[in-house]
Structure formats: C-alpha cells, structure tokens
Design a protein around this ligand. Sequence first.
Ligand code: SF4
Length: 370
Amino acid sequence: MSTMFCYQCEQTAKGTGCTAHGVCGKDPMTAALQDLLVYAAKGIAGYAHLARQRGAKDHPVDLFVVEALFTTVTNVNFDAARITALIRRAAIVRDTAKANYEIACKKIGTQPETLSGPAAWQPAADDAGLLAQAHEVGVEHRKQTLGDDITGLIELVTYGLKGTAAYADHAHVLGVEDDKVYAFFHEALHALTNPKPALGDLLGLALKVGEVNLTVMGMLDKANTGAYGHPEPTVVRVTPVKGKCILVAGHDLKDLDALLQQTAGKGINVYTHGEMLPCLAYPGLKKHKHLVGNYGGAWQDQQKEFNEFPGPIVMTTNCIQKPHENYKARIFTSGLVAWPGVTHIADSNFAPVIAAALAAPKVARLNISS
Ligand code: SF4
C-alpha cells in the first residue's frame, strides 16, 4: 500500500492520484486524517438524518458537518493537529446526534435503531491508532473492496458535497442558510455508508448533489449581494500605492470586510490577491478607500508573488499552498484554513496582521506582476 492516495482535485499527480505526497502540499498523515474526518462526519450524518426525519434538528450538529467537509477541501487545512482535534470532536457531536434521535423516538413512542459503521466508530486513543483507522476508510481501501467504478462515484459525491459545504459555510457566515440543505448533507453522507451501494443510486445521488449545489450557490449569491450590494463594473488598480500594505487571498468577503473595518484610518493599504479580485466590484467593500487594488494572479502563482509582497498576507479560504520560508512569518490563516506553524486568526480579530503591517518597512515600490 502506498503511504497515501488522493485524487480529489485536478492537481493530482500524473492525473491519477497523489501517492507519496500531495501536489498541493498535503502530507500522508494529513491526507489520512482528512479521510477519517469525512468518515466521522458520515457517522454524525446517519443519526442526524434519522433525528430530522422525526422532527429533531440540531443547528450546531448541522454546522459541524459542514465545517468538517469544508475543512477537507483542497488547499484549506494542512494542520494535522487541528484535524485530529476535529476528529475527536466529531465523536462527541455524533453522540449528540444519536441522543437527539433517541429522544425524538421516545417522544413519538418508537424504538430507535442502532446504526453501525461510522455511526458506531470510536476514535483511537493515539495518533498511530487514528492513522490505522484512517487507512481502513480511505480511497484505496474502498477501491479494493468496492471496485473502481463504485469508488469513483462515491468520491464524486463526496467531493461535490465538500464543495457545496464550502459555499454553504460562506453563505452561513453572512446569515443565509437553508435547513433543507443541511438535511441533504446528512441524507447524502448517510447514503454513502451503504456497504453495497448500487451504481445507479450513486449516479442519482451525484446528480442530486449538483442540483443542491446550484441552490447553495444561489444562497451564497444572496448572502454576498445582501451584505455588500450587487457587483458593478469596476476599474481595478494593479499598480502599487506607496505605504504599508496587507494582501488578502481566498474567497471570504466577510473576513475582508472585517479587516477593512479594522484597518480604517491606520494608513494601511489593502490589496486583493487572485480569487479575491471580484471583491473590488462590490459596493459595500470598494467603499473602503484603503482597499486600493489587486496584486498578483491566481493561487498557483502565490509562492513567487507572496515572496515579493512586502507586507503580511491573509489566507481566508481554500487557496493556501506550502508557504516559503521567506514569507512564512508574515502569512496568516483565518476561518477553517490552517498550516502548521502559521499564525491563525480564529475570531476575525486581525490585530496581529495589522501589527505586522505596521512593523513592515514602508513600501516604496511593489513588484506588481500582473
Ligand atoms: S487534494 Fe492534494 S493530495 Fe489530493 S489530489 Fe489534490 S493535490 Fe493531490
């Protein structure tokens, strides 16, 4: 068995799978732990699905499943310690979902069933044990037991759910959510625990994921435009402005908004990078005059461009690549993004980023590459 197997994204090695180390920078241990976290989420989903069918919903349970899925999206969380903590929390959340289900059954006078597989799983006591568990639930194991076609469809559904979770999380932080979407996450994840899934059922589920994802994209559009107005044609500055600077990458408009509010009047210029470029067209964001423009191109160019950027960099969602030592001390993560040894902003308090910007030498010239 190879030390890891992941074919989650288009960066995958040789177009077939990362087997020694992720092209994205994911190491085998993190890859395995991510697989185990998804497995744990399936266990939560099983009981949450049954509980909801009996009228019992639990918002924290719903949010945890979304966060667990989003955490395992490519280029989000490379920190094995944080994923381990989520795995351990997942077992507790699963017990809550199970208790909700049993209480709901009692209320309506029915006998609860006991689920198996991930719904009965308990996390191993140490890292070695968790890794052993992870290898029993990874893609390679599925390929060996279910074959390539069934595994491929299971992964298609899983990756679709992960992407949908990323959109749902972004919509949720701006106050837009839909219980039917949470219900679908649980139903779909629970369906994936079937030990003998039919190819046709999985195909139908994959199509349904696409349908729900369109709904969630609509929710995110509503969240973004509700909070910051409709994007409008905007001339974007791509040349430097003399002064202190912060670069923001990712997709999280709320994080950018919080940073802009916290940097107001501090003499710091804020630039978007790559996927953050569209933020410059939202009236509610571009009203901040110190959001001066865009620096750099797409996420895959970040190592060269971040190296040349003379201030701190904030990664808000799924774009982070292995930080080069030259800029590791001035890169920050927020939300679900994580890299071992990189300072994490957990509560939208960007004071450490602002301090780093103010401490950086004053910028006379940025080497703008695009
Ligand atoms: S997520 Fe990382 S490890 Fe997985 S296929 Fe993509 S590049 Fe490879």
